[in-house]
Design a protein around this ligand. Structure first.
Ligand SMILES: [Zn+2]
Length: 312
């Protein structure tokens, strides 16, 4: 049996999963998983020790051939470290090299949105999409969108991750959507993330109503017939449709996959193609829009896939 480990480092928790895999890596089966808190005010050294402590017994039981790590931020692939992102303890730290040295195994580092896009393309909705079309997952181009605290993206062109000429591709959350009341943390005004992330959705509701409630509550109130909550949903859907149409006019992809907390909210996303298609320049372009199928675990699947693709 061949084993591989995927690690998904999030802002609040870290998930480590051991997978058994087929020879061609078309299937990954989770055999053991462990989650622990990523303590934000910890130091890099303490975090690295903690990670090593969790991984050591796993590797004794399941001798993995490689380890893939997904991190929530932009990477400098040449220097093999995270250079921007919310989890400050990882910034500019040689995590890949340190883990490889400690574990004596090949380790890969990848952006978490890229891990999500890759996992869904090869093991999730993209796999089903390819079967339906009687083709291979690697023949399709897709974008994974994470609608969570922020708005992240991972782009695959004909099955290959497209990181960009300067490794800064698919930073979709920081492209301009419309003038915003406040600036984004990236110092620009009008970033899509300010409207389409979970926080952005709550902001928009607050602007109409004057009071702030959680995204879950907005959705519940809308279901109960609340006019303002329904207005916030309509506004969100219209903005998302404009955003997706802009993306597709540039990229012309086969499909899009939604991940992150808001992707579970059907009223925000179901039937979105009916709003997107009339905005597309070419009537020939008919991308599909899918909800994720690997759930919260897409990150660990994607991280493991990255490691397998690099080592095989
Ligand atoms: Zn921004």
């Amino acid at each position: 049996m061949k084993y591989c480990i995927g690690i998904d480092i999030g802002g609040t928790k870290t998930e480590c999963t051991v997978f058994s895999t087929t020879l061609d890596h078309t299937d990954l089966t989770p055999v053991h998983s462990k989650r622990f808190l990523t303590i934000k005010d910890s130091s890099y050294g303490v975090y690295l020790d903690q990670l090593h402590l969790e991984l050591r017994p796993m590797l004794e039981k399941y001798p993995a051939m490689a380890v893939g790590v997904g991190v929530p931020g932009s990477l400098d692939y040449l220097r093999e470290r995270m250079i921007a992102g919310g989890t400050k303890i990882l910034i500019n730290q040689p995590l890949r090299l340190d883990l490889a040295t400690l574990l004596k195994l090949p380790v890969t580092l990848e952006n978490d949105a890229n891990c999500f896009a890759l996992a869904e393309a090869y093991l999730g909705v993209g796999k089903k999409h390819a079967i339906e079309k009687n083709r291979e997952p690697r023949e399709f181009s897709s974008l994974g969108l994470i609608l969570g605290t922020g708005l992240g993206g991972g782009l695959l062109l004909q099955g290959q991750l497209w990181r960009g000429s300067f490794n800064a591709a698919a930073e979709i959350g920081h492209s301009f959507l419309e003038q915003s009341l406040r600036d984004c943390y990236c110092k620009q005004n009008g970033c899509a993330e300010l409207f389409l992330s979970g926080t952005g959705f709550e902001d928009q509701y607050e602007q109409i109503n004057g009071a702030r409630i959680s995204a879950v509550k907005i959705l519940k109130q809308a279901e109960a017939g609340d006019d303002i909550a329904q207005q916030a949903i309509t506004q969100y859907r219209n903005r998302l449709a404009h955003f997706l149409a802009n993306l597709n006019n540039i990229l012309d992809l086969d499909y899009y996959v939604f991940g992150g907390g808001l992707s579970l909210a059907k009223p925000l996303l179901s039937g979105i193609e009916e709003l997107v298609y009339p905005k597309l320049f070419s009537p020939a372009s008919r991308p599909l829009f899918y909800g994720h199928s690997l759930g919260d675990s897409a990150g660990v699947y994607g991280a493991a896939l990255c490691a397998l693709q690099k080592t095989s």
